[in-house]
Design a protein around this ligand. Structure first.
Ligand code: C2E
Ligand code: CA
Ligand code: CA
Length: 673
């Protein structure tokens, strides 16, 4: 959506420049054409006005020669004409049929073959008789004088009285003057030229320059407008594609650029990789060193990537310290190796501060694309989707030590499909009561009696059968549905306690798991009270198990909530103590009643002599702090013996019993409680 808006804005800026550019071009065109047209018209006018006088002169000359020509004295007539015109001019006389009677100048004007063709084509001029009138001759081979006269004869009728432009320079024109003599029984021709007066040339030049100058002002203004619009557009587009934190290109730019690259290379058989590069604990980094330092770090990462990307690749920051990269792996596995190198170098980018980076890769294979039909193909080009897959791949190694790069594969796809399935079904499952309450008893090793139970959920799906919590709890924790499930479990336990109470059965204290997400609720204590009270159950029979992760964050708030819960009579236990981050500090600060030792204490490297010391000392610590201790995941008799010796209050594990349905649990409680 955002991307579309950005594209629209960009198009808008581009469009708004076009009218200015078109106007600019129109003005530029008219600036060249208009002064030239003006100059030409003006020049024509000046030459024409000069020529008008010449036509009159020609008639007068005709009158003057008439008596001489009648006498057949051509040479006298011509020497007079020569005197009148000057030595330079070509002169000739013809009879009414165009036969040359006399010509002045030995060398007639020479017409090249090309020039003849031009004149014939342009003026449709085709003389059909030679000078004797007997034999037709081709216009291309006839003697130059004859050709000239034919031109002169043909053209005046069609164009202008007696003149023919055979040669033309800008301010200097040649023309032929025809003088009809004695009712056209003879004709005299002479060639003359006309030159524009210097003052006219000046006048013309000044006019043209002024007109050009007049047009230049709007042109300059328009040019300025176009240039400033282009600069403005560049600025706006830069702003649209600017990431404020890194100072580089933003995600919208990455999306557009990637799509372009992928479309261009679609048919070239090139594999591209969409990468999610993630810096771990960026929020903690900002919390430690301040958001300013955080931004500096982002800039450094951006700068590093900028230098290390190759042509045809692009990248941008997505959010926090997550970057998307479109990478071109040259050969199989190269992308992974390159990324490993990049991650290793980024680790040391901030001196004296150890950073940790992870990367997920999603490969866009060209063959894969070709196989897909159009709709799917478009989806493949959805860069966000590809980035989402890359992030999913990266998340799978989030808690794995030693692995830094993960390629999206079938297993991850299966997990995603499963997640989608869970999310599709969860609401309906809750309504249909597919989530069932199981209870796992806790025993007191001192007397072997049942001392309590933990409520654990089981999803009994009509299609999938019994689904273990590890397959859906993480999904619910991610999408927030866990608070709904926890409410459901609290209600189920309260309902059970209340039914035991009503039936006069012995009440077994039951603990319920409360996920971390619940602590964002403003009135968690009030909310739980409301759920429990609606069934009339005793608060003292319900214990709330929090995992250690809930103890991070706003300690003061947590202490307040726990204080309220305790005030309402609920017991609080710290679940999975010893797994993950140690929170000994929490033991000191928070009102915890029960410590549940994580099952890892009794497995793997934690077992043996040293493990025993840790367990013993932890139990002692808890006792000193006035807490009860529950050991979880106990499967062997020796473990029970050892815990009993150490004064562990309760044991929960397969050694005594696995989690079971309520009816089964009730039967067991009859004997053991
Ligand atoms: P948890 O709260 O640590 O629960 C104890 C888990 O250890 C249970 O797994 C239980 O079946 C298992 N367990 C108990 N004794 C033994 C033993 O001797 N050996 C072994 N190998 N396992 C033992 P379960 O029921 O699969 O639950 C897994 C996790 O799912 C729970 O860990 C808890 O974090 C979560 N969970 C289960 N039910 C709920 C619930 O209703 N709400 C919430 N928020 N989380 C739940
Ligand atoms: Ca638990
Ligand atoms: Ca536990």
């Amino acid at each position: 959506m955002k991307q579309k808006k950005q594209q629209k804005a960009e198009q808008f800026y581009k469009k708004s420049i076009w009218p200015s550019i078109v106007l600019f071009l129109i003005f530029l065109g008219s600036c060249t054409v208009m002064p030239l047209t003006f100059a030409n018209i003006f020049k024509e006018y000046l030459l024409d006005s000069q020529m008008a006088g010449i036509s009159e002169d020609a008639e007068k000359l005709g009158q003057l020669f008439l008596p001489r020509i009648e006498e057949g004295d051509f040479s006298e007539a011509f020497s007079f004409l020569k005197m009148y015109l000057g030595e330079e001019n070509d002169i000739c006389a013809t009879d009414a049929d165009g036969r040359i009677l006399w010509q002045f100048r030995e060398t007639p004007p020479d017409f090249s073959r090309r020039e003849r063709v031009r004149l014939i084509d342009e003026y449709e001029f085709m003389p059909d008789k030679d000078e004797t009138g007997k034999k037709a001759q081709s216009a291309l081979t006839m003697p130059p004088w004859q050709f000239l006269l034919r031109c002169i004869e043909t053209l005046p009728k069609k164009y202008d009285k007696g003149r023919q432009w055979l040669k033309n320079t800008i301010f200097h024109e040649y023309y032929w003057v025809e003088i009809p003599v004695q009712d056209e029984s003879y004709r005299l021709y002479y060639r003359d030229d006309v030159l524009l007066a210097q003052k006219h040339v000046y006048f013309l030049t000044v006019g043209v320059v002024m007109e050009a100058a007049f047009l230049t002002i709007p042109i300059i203004l328009l040019l300025f407008n176009v240039l400033s619009s282009i600069a403005m557009q560049k600025k706006m587009v830069n702003l649209l594609y600017l990431d404020n934190d890194t100072g580089g290109k933003n995600w919208a730019h990455f999306q557009q650029r990637s799509k372009k690259i992928l479309c261009q290379h679609r048919n070239l058989g090139i594999t591209y990789a969409v990468v999610n590069l993630h810096m771990e604990r960026y929020q903690d980094y900002c919390a430690c060193y301040g958001s300013g330092e955080g931004e500096e770090l982002l800039k450094k990462i951006y700068g590093y990537l900028n230098v290390n990307m190759e042509s045809g690749e692009t990248f941008a920051r997505f959010a926090n310290a997550d970057f998307g990269i479109l990478m071109r792996p040259d050969a199989g596995g190269q992308c992974e190796n390159r990324l490993k190198k990049i991650l290793a170098e980024l680790t040391g980018i901030q001196k004296e501060r150890a950073l940790s980076f992870l990367a997920g890769i999603y490969m866009i294979e060209p063959q894969e694309e070709k196989k897909m039909h159009e709709a799917h193909r478009r989806r493949m080009l959805d860069i966000d989707q590809a980035y989402h897959f890359a992030s999913a791949a990266r998340r799978t190694i989030q808690d794995e030590k030693g692995r830094h790069v993960q390629v999206y594969d079938q297993q991850i796809l299966d997990e995603q499909l499963w997640k989608m399935k869970v999310e599709e079904r969860m609401e309906e499952a809750l309504l249909n009561q597919e989530f069932q309450l199981y209870l796992q008893p806790k025993y007191n090793p001192a007397d072997g009696k049942m001392a309590g139970a933990e409520a654990l959920v089981r999803w009994v799906s009509p299609s999938e059968g019994m689904i273990a919590p590890y397959r859906f709890i993480p999904v619910f924790e991610e999408n927030g549905f866990i608070t709904r499930l926890d409410d459901y479990m609290v209600s189920a336990v309260a309902k059970l306690q209340s039914s035991w109470k009503i039936q006069g059965k012995k009440q077994v204290p039951v603990s319920v798991n409360i996920s971390r997400a619940n602590f964002t609720r403003a009135d968690l204590a009030g909310h739980i009270c409301h759920l429990v009270d609606s069934y009339g159950a005793d608060h003292g029979m319900i214990e709330l198990e929090l995992t250690e992760s809930a103890f991070f964050g706003d300690k003061q708030r947590l202490r307040k909530i726990l204080g309220e819960l305790k005030m309402h009579g609920f017991r609080i236990s710290m679940d999975d103590f010893g797994a993950g981050y140690s929170s000994l500090n929490s033991l000191k600060d928070l009102p915890i009643d029960v410590l549940k030792l994580d099952m890892d204490f009794f497995r793997g490297s934690g077992s043996g002599k040293r493990g025993e010391i840790v367990v013993r000392e932890t139990i002692r610590l808890a006792k000193n702090l006035d807490m009860k201790v529950v050991a979880e995941g106990i499967e062997h008799k020796e473990q029970v013996e050892f815990l009993k010796q150490q004064g562990c209050d309760m044991i929960q594990g397969y050694y005594y019993a696995k989690p079971m349905p309520v009816s089964e649990f009730e039967q067991m409680a009859e004997h053991d409680f």
